[in-house]
Design a protein around this ligand. Structure first.
Ligand code: T4K
Length: 400
């Protein structure tokens, strides 16, 4: 292995330019321009336009789901899914997620109730969720964190036992299949994010998906102000529509995104092989019987064995121009809006708290290339080998 002199110890940074956790895919410009031109020709920019309908059908067929309703972003898709199921009271969810998951509950007037994660999968643990079910619980909202599928059978059983709905936040799980089923066909409804940081994206965008196509009309009504027709508005809707320009981007980028999933798969395999023997770096074992999408590459840093805390590693990598991310820190249960709920007490979420201080997502996108991944691995190895010196150069307190 090439030895790398760390920038903190007087060497050159591993990269000349900043390397971020991801790099948004860019569509074929001519193809995109042609689609945008068709929008201009039609003078039809939004409101159930032709390109949105085409995108919905293309993605539905690709993902093998019963229906797909496109939205302006994943957060609004989640709010409308929750509203569409007419949920009330408490919804059990994970603290280890992007803030949008919990905010969506709160914006819908629902009470997020936290349960702990399974440290093996990083996902909400059905056994822990079972411990916080009350008479007010109406649903479960697990997240397929980093695209790794939840214990879907465990949640099916829990939902059946207590008569609960299951909504999956599948923002990271585009294209994942688990136990022979597309990820979007588990539970009642699932949501996707098509944000620019996602492999398949529409700049901003999202979707509600599910096996049961009879949900589509209600969700489509709610995303369009709850307008049923010229003479009727039924309840409280929102403006959650995707525009034709965003749909044009999605239609153009799909093929590129499918190739990108393959490239990320190769990078993930390479990272896994090269990091396997680095002391103090743990890689989550992928779920079996699963088609993974390799959207993210999370590692866990064990401070005692690695010699540096996750935060110290993160800081030292920045000196190398490597901008890893502490997804997901801080935990959502620590947010001032939620932390007073009894379920948010750290003593009830030990696995989530432990993981949130250890996790680091490494840059993982096709353009990085195997050589780029190697440089990141070499930087991590060098950090481990020079840990005491790095710590003294950082001057940071332990575990900060
Ligand atoms: N549920 C879960 C579990 C989620 O993770 C998310 C979103 C949602 C729900 C809600 O879905 P949306 O309503 O967003 O559709 C990003 C995204 O904004 C967010 O969509 C995503 N999860 C989350 C995991 O990541 P930030 O604040 O970390 O992104 P930012 O701006 O720091 O970008 C990260 C890196 O991506 C940049 O360093 C470079 C690259 N990038 C970013 C943008 C915006 C690009 O290459 N091009 C770009 O245009 O939240």
């Amino acid at each position: 292995m090439r030895r790398h002199t760390l920038a903190l110890l007087g060497g050159e940074p591993a990269f000349e330019e900043p390397v971020y956790i991801t790099k948004a895919l860019v569509p074929d410009e001519a193809e995109f321009a042609a689609r945008v031109h068709s929008v201009f020709e039609a003078t039809w920019f939004t409101n159930h336009g032709k390109l949105v309908r085409e995108l919905e059908e293309e993605l539905r067929a690709h993902l093998h789901v019963g229906f797909l309703a496109a939205f302006c972003n994943g957060t609004t898709a989640l709010q409308v899914a929750l509203r569409g199921l007419k949920l009330r009271g408490e919804v059990i969810t994970t603290p280890f997620t992007f803030p949008a998951t919990i905010h969506a509950l709160h914006w819908c007037g629902l009470t997020p109730v936290f349960a702990d994660i399974d440290p093996r999968t990083y996902n909400l643990d059905p056994a822990s969720a079972a411990g916080v079910v009350t008479g007010d619980t109406s649903a479960l909202l697990p997240v397929h964190c980093f695209g790794n599928p939840c214990d879907v059978r465990g949640f099916d059983a829990l939902a059946a036992e207590y008569g609960l709905k299951v909504v999956y936040d599948a923002a990271h799980a585009f294209g994942v299949e688990h136990l022979g089923r597309p990820i979007g066909c588990w539970g009642d409804l699932s949501i996707l994010s098509f944000h620019a940081t996602k492999v398949f994206h529409t700049a901003e965008g999202g979707a509600v998906i599910g096996a049961d196509a009879s949900y589509y009309d209600d969700l489509a009504m709610l995303r369009n102000f709850a307008i049923v027709n010229e003479d009727e508005v039924r309840g409280t809707g929102v403006n959650g529509k995707l525009s034709e320009i965003h749909a044009a981007l999605g239609l153009t980028i799909l093929e590129t995104a499918l190739r990108e999933f393959d490239l990320r798969g190769r990078l993930s395999e390479h990272y896994s092989a090269r990091l396997a023997d680095v002391e103090g770096v743990k890689i989550r074992a992928p779920e079996e019987d699963t088609t993974h999408n390799h959207s993210y590459f999370p590692i866990e840093i064990d401070e005692e064995r690695f010699g540096l805390s996750r935060d110290e590693v993160n800081l030292a990598l920045r000196a190398e121009n490597i901008f890893a991310r502490k997804y997901f820190f801080p935990l959502c249960s620590e947010n001032e809006a939620y932390r007073n709920h009894p379920s948010a007490h750290p003593s009830r979420l030990p696995h989530a708290h432990r993981l949130a201080t250890r996790i680091l997502c490494l840059p993982n996108y096709g353009d990085l290339g195997i050589a780029g991944a190697d440089r990141i691995v070499e930087s991590l190895v060098a950090l481990h080998e020079s840990a005491p010196l790095v710590r003294s150069r950082l001057g940071a307190p332990r575990g900060s």
